[in-house]
Design a protein around this ligand. Structure first.
Ligand SMILES: *Cc1c(COP(=O)(O)O)cnc(C)c1O
Length: 479
């Protein structure tokens, strides 16, 4: 029998044009769009041609492939039309996981964003006057209630402190940039060497400083900085004293850092504003979940810090945003900086932020997933873990419930952990990292930790309605 040449095999293939005009494929195009279908047809034919060229397929193989051509195009189209950005199940126990999108949003935030974005809105429209309004009014009034109320209750505060204002930019990195550029362009900013931090995603204080056109004036040493170091560094060029929260590291041992009130006194005495990059920006005290040493935004303002910068999607539990709260006169200068216009956020962010802040105003903290997760007790998590462990019967899987620790993450209280109960899973004939890989590539993906040859799942960061999916995914991954 004559073996057909490659040229003969190529000739059996339809052209892209012929393929897309077949009834089945044309019907697909009317549903999924001509572009996706033509791309898929081109790709399917190209891979067949490639197989012929490499000799991996003979005449019989080509005939089989040709009968399945329409289906192959359809599969390719479906693949290309799935979303790249999608929901995953976070079983790592890291509550604010930057790679997993940080804070999940409250239902009210999602509903408000939907309602506002689906139609037109009064984003910059004052219905009273019928004239142009400002987009920041929508959250400003809530920030005032959350930050002024108590700040002014502090003794003597009313006499010495102007009202607190807040503006919103794209993220905290943008907030720091805007503040430094507004308050210190062409001048010097004094920072402790112990606070020249780098946060993941290439946010480095010295780099942001350079971009803001302010000059960094480092004082003290890595482990010890005193208020006298700041004082000695002050010249007529000094525009700002900057304190940066050590978000993701700790300095232990022979250390010294000036107290906030000492820096406030110095800033008052020399009439130089004091700014604090808080990073996480808790609106409620973490001591309520047993974590100490993490200052709230209000703590800093009350202590007399002039401007505080923080993220919207860390401990606040809202959308990605950078918040600047502080002295109204300084915030007003930032608002009129043209950088503010470049760094502003859209209506989705304002809507999600407004609803999240509303939950704080109402005291409804459990509606904010970040706080709900932080407040879960070890006992509650243990109960769920036991229930999951009982329902994953499989000859190959061994599931144990053990003590462990969840991490807040997102640059809050770097050493703070919350006691939890973990599912520790091993699978006969499968290494832990292979099991973890299978979980990760499931639909939906389940992200877990691997430690000491076991896969560890922390249900603190898993929504209770996802427990069934965890069970199903574990079973499937083991088979
Ligand atoms: C997280 C963090 C930032 C960066 O905030 P983004 O909102 O991610 O831009 C800056 N400074 C500190 C201290 C932080 O913890």
């Amino acid at each position: 029998m004559k073996t057909e040449s490659k040229t003969d095999l190529y000739r059996k293939l339809p052209s892209v044009d012929e393929l897309v005009h077949r009834a089945e494929v044309a019907a697909l195009a009317s549903q999924e769009g001509q572009i996706a279908v033509t791309d898929a047809a081109r790709a399917v034919l190209a891979s067949l041609r490639e197989e012929i060229a490499s000799g991996r397929i003979d005449a019989a193989g080509v005939d089989i492939a040709l009968t399945g051509l329409d289906a192959a195009v359809e599969r390719r189209v479906q693949q290309s039309l799935t979303y790249s950005l999608r929901a995953v199940i976070n079983a790592t126990g890291v509550i604010l996981h930057t790679n997993l999108g940080r804070a999940p949003l409250a239902d009210s935030a999602l509903e408000h964003a939907c309602a506002v974005a689906r139609a037109y809105s009064n984003l910059e429209f004052d219905a009273q006057s019928g004239e142009r309004g400002r987009r920041d009014v929508h959250v400003e009034r809530l920030f005032r209630r959350l930050l002024n109320h108590e700040a002014f209750a502090a003794e003597g505060a009313r006499a010495t402190r102007p009202e607190v204002s807040t503006i919103v930019v794209n993220n905290n990195a943008a907030a720091v940039l805007l503040a430094l550029n507004t308050l210190a362009e062409g001048g010097e900013v004094i920072v402790s060497r112990g606070e020249l931090v780098e946060i993941g995603g290439s946010f480095r204080i010295p780099d942001v400083m350079a971009k803001s056109n302010a000059v960094l004036r480092e004082v003290g040493t890595t482990n010890r900085t005193r208020v006298s170091d700041y004082e000695r560094a002050i010249t007529e060029k000094t525009r700002l004293l900057l304190r940066v929260h050590r978000s993701n590291f700790q300095i232990a041992g022979f250390t010294e850092q000036p107290r906030l009130d000492e820096l406030v006194s110095l800033s008052r005495k020399r009439n130089i504003p004091l700014m604090e990059d808080l990073g996480s920006g808790a609106l409620i005290d973490l001591r309520s979940v047993g974590v100490g040493g993490e200052p709230t935004v209000l703590d800093s303002l009350r202590a007399g810090v002039d401007v505080v910068t923080y993220s919207g999607d860390k401990l606040l539990g809202g959308p990605q945003a950078g918040l600047l709260s502080g002295r109204s006169d300084l915030i007003a200068r930032m608002r009129s900086n043209s950088l503010f216009r470049a760094l502003r956020v859209d209506k989705l962010t304002y809507a999600a932020l407004e609803a999240t802040l509303m939950a704080y105003v109402k005291g409804d903290h459990d509606s904010i997933p970040t706080w709900r997760m932080m407040r879960l007790s070890k006992v509650e998590i243990g109960r769920r873990a036991e229930a999951v462990a009982e329902r994953v019967p499989s000859s190959k899987l061994t599931v144990e419930v053990i003590d462990g620790e969840s991490v807040i993450g997102g640059g809050a209280a770097p050493s703070a952990v919350l006691p939890t109960r973990l599912l520790a899973v091993t699978c006969e004939g499968l290494r832990a990292d292979e099991l973890a890989r299978r979980l990760r590539t499931s639909d939906p993906p389940v992200i877990a930790r691997v430690e000491e040859g076991r896969v560890l799942l922390d249900l603190r960061t898993v929504f209770p309605e996802q427990d069934d999916t965890i069970i199903r995914t574990l079973r499937a991954a083991s088979s």
